[in-house]
Design a protein around this ligand. Structure first.
Ligand code: NAD
Length: 316
């Protein structure tokens, strides 16, 4: 049985992905700096991956991970605005990636990396294909941490033949994303505020984003994992999103309807460092991975609302 290491396994995507990969018959173990607050079904080693480790032989640092056939590297400080305020956390993201690729290089392990639509900046706005990313339009330290991580991965592929798939995600939402005390995410935050009768602020009246329901995201990643393990697809970078733009205020409209509450909504300009317009061109993922996302924004928000209504008090 193939054994897969997920870094950041206690996070939103990691928790969902671990469950899916286990259903597919893989053995999964996680590394994260904190325990999973939702489930203890995936054995997870507690380790800070951003330290400066000297030795990566059987694992990162002096830890031995045992047999690993593929790494999915999700661990990161993942909030754009937070990293504008704390840029040293963007540097930690880069260090984590460096540790992970060194471990992969020394043990000849293929890597799946979680990048972001932020690598396109806020200039190339619609129907962004994978070749359009550019470091000269970097909007934020978070984006810089992902662009530099990608660059290191591409260089390791060329110099050391490390096999990889890079996914660029976009606004992933749904199941296991509502631990908002730890990490404020706009979709569960809007839900909670509307439910509690609190006013909400939409940063960016004209913000158009490509929102991705968690099951579609996990479906795309697991297709990549399967094909990378079999050597069918490797050294590719994919946009992984729904492939459609929607205004951010749609989220508040749908939750008001679902909760039957009229919310007090105010609009403010987008915050520093944020990408305000993005729609993914997902044709490469469709062609090479057979990825066909099934959940449009309205359907996904209704599924998310159902999850929140059953699970909001369980966060942290
Ligand atoms: N969710 C999205 O919309 C989205 C969009 C684009 C890119 N991404 C990327 O996908 C990945 C997963 O995102 P997520 O939404 O699951 O984030 P998340 O914050 O829920 O999970 C990230 C996990 O990484 C762990 N981590 C952070 N620093 C660490 C360290 N120093 N050592 C070990 N573990 C550490 C955190 O504890 C957390 O459990 C991230 O790399 C993120 O940047 C996510």
């Amino acid at each position: 049985m193939k054994r897969i290491l997920i870094t950041g396994a206690s996070g939103q995507i990691g928790t969902n992905l671990a469950a899916r990969l286990k259903e597919m018959g893989y053995e999964v173990f996680g590394v994260d700096k904190r325990s999973n607050t939702w489930t203890d079904e995936t054995p997870t080693l507690l380790q800070d991956l951003s330290s400066t480790y000297r030795n990566h032989l059987g694992g990162i640092g002096n830890v031995d991970y045992g047999q690993v056939d593929l790494v999915v590297h999700l661990a990161a400080n993942a909030k754009v605005h937070e990293l504008v305020e704390h840029p040293e956390r963007a540097f930690d993201n880069f260090m984590m990636t460096f540790n992970v690729i060194e471990y992969c290089r020394q043990n000849n392990i293929p890597l799946v990396f979680s990048s972001t639509r932020e690598v396109y900046g806020d200039i190339k706005r619609y129907e962004t294909n994978e070749d359009m990313a550019s470091f000269s339009t970097t909007e934020s330290p978070y984006s810089a941490s992902k662009i530099s991580s990608e660059a290191f991965i591409y260089s390791y592929s060329r110099c050391y033949d490390m096999k990889y798939i890079v996914f660029r995600f976009s606004n992933v939402y749904g199941r296991y994303d509502n631990d908002i005390e730890r990490m404020e995410r706009v979709i569960p935050l809007f839900y909670k505020k509307i439910k509690d009768g609190e006013p909400i602020t939409v940063y960016g009246r004209d913000k158009i984003l490509d929102f991705t329901y968690i099951d579609d995201c996990v479906d795309g990643i697991s297709r990549g994992v399967e094909r990378l393990l079999k050597g069918q697809v490797y050294n590719q970078t994919f946009n992984l999103a729904y492939g459609q733009g929607n205004p951010l205020y749609t989220v508040s409209d749908v939750f008001q309807e679902v909760l039957d509450v009229k919310a007090n909504v105010t609009f403010e300009p987008a915050r520093v460092g944020e990408v305000t317009h993005y729609v993914a061109d997902i044709s490469n993922a469709k062609t090479l991975l057979g990825y066909h996302p099934k959940t449009d924004l309205k359907k996904g928000l209704r599924a998310a609302a159902e999850w929140y209504s059953a699970n909001f008090d369980r966060s942290l």
